[in-house]
Write a protein that binds this ligand. Sequence first.
Ligand SMILES: C[S@@+](CC[C@H](N)C(=O)[O-])C[C@H]1O[C@@H](n2cnc3c(N)ncnc32)[C@H](O)[C@@H]1O
Length: 258
Amino acid sequence: MGLLADLKILYHLTLRPIRGKDHVERMESFYRGQAEAYDAFRKRLLKGREELWQLVGVPEGGVWVDMGGGTGANLENFGDRIERLEKVYVVDLSKSLLEVAARRFKTRGWPNAEAVEADATVWRPPSGAADVVTFSYSLTMIPDWFAAIENAKAMLSPGGVIGVVDFYVSRKHPAEGHARHSWLTRSFWPVWFAADNVYPSADHVPYLHRHFKPIHFQECRGKLPYFPIMRMPYYIFLGEKAVIPHEAGSCSPGPETP
Ligand SMILES: C[S@@+](CC[C@H](N)C(=O)[O-])C[C@H]1O[C@@H](n2cnc3c(N)ncnc32)[C@H](O)[C@@H]1O
C-alpha cells in the first residue's frame, strides 16, 4: 500500500505532464492526482518544516497565515496550542489540496482554522493584519515570489514574524557567512525541479535578509526518498518585520503666519 502510494506520487513528480493555461490550472493539474497521498510522501521529502514551526512558537491570540499551505498538514505541528490562536488561514491555489485541509480542520475540531483558495501574492486576511506569515516549500512554486514576500511584509504587524523553509541554491558569490554551493549543485537542482514548476532560487535568501531582520537562518541538506546519494539544499529563515521609528521631517516649520 505504502509502496503503491509512493509509486503514484513518483509518477506525478517525474512522468505525468502538467497541463494548464495559467498558474492556477497548472497547480491543480499537478496536485489533483496526488492530494490524498501527498502528506505521507512529503513528510520524507520536505525537511525542516517541524523545526520552523518550533522556532516560530504560537503567538497567543494571534493571526497566522500559512501561504501555499496545501493540505494544512503543518498545522499538526501546533497540537493543542492551535486553540491559543485567534485564527489560522491556510491559503493555497489548489482546490484538491484545500479540500484535504478543510476535512482535516473539521475532523480535528479546529474552528479557528480556515482553508482559503487564493493567490499568496495578493490575498490578505479580512482584518488586513497578521502576526505570523509562513511559506513552507511554497515560495519556490510561486512565480512572483517577490510579490508574495512583499504582500506578507505588508500584512505583518510591526514586530510580526515571517518564517520560510524551502529548497534553494546559493549564489556563486554568496554573502559572507553564507554557504557556497558548487557549480554542479547550482546547476543541477534548478533543472531537476523545473519539470515540476519548482524553482529553487539563489535570490530568495538575500531578498529575505534585505526585507526582514533575521532572527534565525540555517542552511542544510536533506535526503531525497529513493535517491540515497542525493542531498538537496534547503534553508530555514525566520525574520521580524522591523519597527521603523518615526522620523521627524528636517524642514523648519517657519514662523506662525495667519
Ligand atoms: C510543495 S507545496 C507545499 C505545501 C505545504 N506548504 C507543505 O509544506 O506541505 C507548494 C504549494 O504552494 C501552492 N502555491 C503555488 N503557487 C501559489 C500561489 N501563487 N498562491 C498560493 N499558493 C500557491 C501550491 O498549490 C502548493 O500547495
